[in-house]
Design a protein around this ligand. Sequence first.
Ligand SMILES: [Zn+2]
Length: 324
Amino acid sequence: MDDDVGQGLIMWMPNGTVIIEELEKLAKETETEAGYHRVVTPHIAKENMYLTSGHLPYYADSMYPPMELDGEKYYLKSMNCPHHHKIFAAEPKSYRDLPYRIAEYGTVYRYEQSGELFGLMRVRCLHMNDAHIYCTREQFNEEFRAVNDMYLKYFKIFGIEKYVMRLSLHSPEKLGVKYVNEPELWQETEAMVRSVLIESGIPYVEVEDEAAFYGPKIDVQIFSAIGREFTLATNQVDFSQGRSFKLQYASHDNKPETPLIIHRAPLGTHERFIGFLLEQYAGKFPLWLAPCQVKVLPISDKFMDYANEVTKGLKKSWHPCATG
Ligand SMILES: [Zn+2]
């Protein structure tokens, strides 16, 4: 970090960037196999989009102040969702196109109070392992379970043995203030999520008044090798933004229906996840993730040519840090 750049704004140096790129490679392979398409979206958008999404009324305190441009206000994105909804809406959809899964390592900006900034754990610019799944009610269980399975797959890869999923529910007293005012939809979606968790046999606890404003969510708590707890990521159900954005697909009998949306980010953000991994591995990364895998050390100048040849061979076998 650098004062001239600003607090909470991480600049990734070459070794950190190797870890980032390996994580992204893993995520891309995993998501492609799971039927996601990749997308890329801009870092800013106009005020109107965040009014539609509800971010401005509900989330304004966590967003950077707007920039005025050509008589309009633009905001730095604090979430990728609205942009992804626009991609869903860009072409007409039918039930045959669902589930529609789009993924992006999206860069988002959040205004954390300076007192809350903390190393890699709480920052103002985040790179998120984001994706949105648009599906029918009938597809929901299978999709939600597949997302949970993806979490479990990652836990195995990174040796995360202890975790708890926290089902965050709304609070009926705060409907219309903190939560979208749809009491029946809250009941229905909370029950859907609960039943997937029970069916999958995943350990979970329920907490009231911690949901996202548009639906219930699962916060994933993981524990590092030394037992410290981290909130890794969330897995959210959204019955509201599909309607706000007028997202539709044509049903079997050709009627317009609104898809359910799942927001998910199993690897969380690079900032927090790599912060966790540094502690989990005590800095000793597994070979595939290690920024420095090999060092070639000739014992005298006489062997420089051979050392260079070995180095070249190693580089050819592709890793950015195989230098002598
Ligand atoms: Zn989202």
